[in-house]
Design a protein around this ligand. Sequence first.
Ligand code: PLP
Length: 368
Amino acid sequence: MITPPPRVDAGIFQRVLDRMPDPAGRSEAAALESELATTFGAAHAVTVSSGTAALHTALVACGIGAGDEVLLPAATVMMTVAAVQESGAHPIFVDAAPGGGMDLHDLQSKITERTRAILAVHLGGRCDGVRELAALATHRRLMLIEDACQAQGSRHHGQLAGTMGDVGCFSLKDGKIYAAGEGGYLLTDDPVIAARAAAYRTHWSIPADGQAAGSRLGRNYRLPELSAALARHHLTGFETALARRRAQAALLVDLVGDLPGLQTIGSGAGEEPNGYSALWRLTLADPRAFAVHLVQAGVPNSVGSFGLCAASAHPACQALNPAPCPAAEHMIDHLLAVVLSAADTEQDLRIRAKTIQREATAWTQQTA
Ligand SMILES: Cc1ncc(COP(=O)(O)O)c(C=O)c1O
């Protein structure tokens, strides 16, 4: 049974508006930060204006910049690459392992004297192999930053995604399991990273590292107070939202059932994914064209709707002169990640399942 999300009482916004301009500065965002830290078991949370801002701020707060190299999976979204480039560091793409995480042999072969960090991306809420990655990062004295924008509530061996490295980055964009329209946040146990992140997101006006306020250039990456109020409201319903998304993904996979051309992607050892998307591996002909065709038939998905493409093969990344990452490119080209939202009812999912069955069967027959 998929229960719809409760409606938001507009009174939560009036409380914020009545206080503007807020003499305390950032009352809602500050309250949200302590609630996020408590809810997700981190020592510090720093709110920012988006998931991309969270990634950029995390890199800067970890001291990463021009001349440095950051290892990240080729199987990622463009926002991760953009954040690394914005920090001034050079993104180095790592090929995919069969479980979907980074290929550790490829990763190790790409570590140089300039490598400063590994940026793990938990695409589709999956975080297979992140514990091994954390051990490797510690062993090689590299920072581990997690892009957990799609992985709120996912766990690996019981530990929450975004709390297994030095800093975890999250998006509050609508469509995420826990969202506020736009926004983002970082989680970290390191007080120095937290202080630098808070300073950077507010033009370095809050001093960090014992430096004077305004002694460095930062950004306005602040989370607006109205968004913070909405995020505080939704945080109280986080576990319900997580259970709903897991139920939606499981129901859709179940309704589609066994179908030639589609293999469900199961969880790896110790993995408890959040059900961010319903996931299949496509084994039918011309899978990218099929993904686009499904969007036209009413089934939104990452490749068809957003043009998801491995970064090593993405036109926007070719100026970075990336090495080919054939396994990641094949994996993304054959991925069907159906986009889910809190508003999707059981009826919506039944219609979508029938559409997938009908279109996959017709596609297989036409291309046989
Ligand atoms: C994996 C991943 N990283 C980063 C981002 C960027 O987040 P935002 O859109 O809030 O900047 C997203 C957003 O979709 C994402 O899915």
